[in-house]
Design a protein around this ligand. Structure first.
Ligand SMILES: Cc1cc2nc3c(=O)[nH]c(=O)nc-3n(C[C@H](O)[C@H](O)[C@H](O)COP(=O)(O)O)c2cc1C
Length: 300
């Protein structure tokens, strides 16, 4: 039975990854999860310099999910390269580094800095809705998506995944723009912009006013978008958004995702990734599926 998948020449032992920002750089979770079993660890977004993130409160619960406005707090690429990459190198898993920036130059500085590092791929976050800078509408404008992708591809030494925002009218158009810019893969969805009011304090639940919604409540939107992107492009898709269990992961795979990422579920069940890997294997055994590729995009 084969659970291995390949994306841009990189082979993953199974199609299950962590979702950026929900698993740190693996260290916190390594007490619970054998990182060697994961298809890949996708790290928290990192910028060229440290970012402090937004004011608190910056997370809130909603029915069947959560909202966050962390604001991409991170220690900057220098600390990341010294501390987090060597930690992850100890494990037999692939390492995908999520990259953020306020402007193309900032993304490019991180991408260039990663050139000589022993990482497998980069995931470029053009979709975080929490940072108040005009260019972050980048991920909502196909021209900007294509341009930034092309700029990054010129300097990147590792394959590039463009991570798409769901806060658009036509996800297929954005996926096609990333492909046209030379992206090796796309991942989706990032969080959906939402708002929650705290009726007792009579103000916004999040200091940032708005935040990104994630968890099971976004899953039907995410599956629909992964399907639409899969119909629109030839490059591989990494699907995510509300995956809690094996059944959820299989929906994304059948909709066209070559691999899946698990995010918010890690907060309530640190074993979620491992349970999904085991569950996919059991599903394949039970249904006599020899190769995971029989399932990828099998729903047309
Ligand atoms: C607390 C938190 C932090 C996140 N940080 C990042 C990030 O740094 N970069 C990024 O591309 N996505 C980030 N995301 C988005 C997730 O990677 C994922 O795309 C989204 O939450 C949907 O998946 P889920 O419902 O399984 O969490 C974050 C999500 C959460 C909940």
């Amino acid at each position: 039975m084969n659970m291995k998948v390949k994306i841009a020449g990189v082979e993953f032992k199974n199609p299950v990854m962590t979702a950026s920002g929900t698993f740190g750089s693996g260290a916190e979770y390594s007490e619970f999860v054998d990182l060697n079993q994961l298809g890949a660890v996708v790290t928290k977004g990192v910028a060229n310099v440290p970012w402090a993130g937004n004011a608190t409160p910056r997370i809130a619960e909603v029915h069947s999910g959560m909202m966050n406005a962390i604001g991409l707090q991170n220690p900057g690429i220098d600390v990341f390269c010294e501390r987090d990459i060597p930690f992850l190198q100890q494990f037999d898993t692939k390492v995908i580094v999520n990259v953020c920036g306020h402007a193309p130059e900032e993304y490019l500085a991180v991408v260039e800095r990663l050139a000589e590092e022993p990482i497998d791929m980069m995931e470029i976050n053009i979709s975080c809705p929490n940072v108040n800078a005009n260019f972050l509408a980048f991920g909502q404008d196909p021209k900007h998506v294509e341009e930034l992708t092309a700029q990054i591809k010129k300097v990147a030494k590792q394959p590039v995944i463009m991570k798409l925002t769901p806060n658009v009218t036509d996800i297929a158009e954005i996926a096609r723009a990333a492909e046209a810019g030379g992206a090796d893969a796309v991942s989706l969805i990032n969080t959906l912009t939402g708002m929650k009011i705290d009726i007792n304090r009579r103000t916004f639940a999040l200091a940032n006013k708005t935040g990104g919604v994630s968890g099971p409540c976004v899953k039907p939107v995410a599956v629909r978008m992964v399907y639409q992107a899969a119909q629109a492009v030839k490059i591989p898709i990494i699907g995510m958004g509300g995956i809690q269990n094996t059944e959820d992961a299989l929906e994304f795979i059948m909709a066209g995702a070559t691999a899946v990422s698990i995010g918010t579920a890690n907060f309530t069940n640190p074993y979620a990734t491992i349970e999904v890997i085991d569950g996919i294997q059991k599903y394949m055994e039970k249904n006599q599926i020899e190769d995971i590729h029989e399932l990828i995009g099998c729903v047309k």
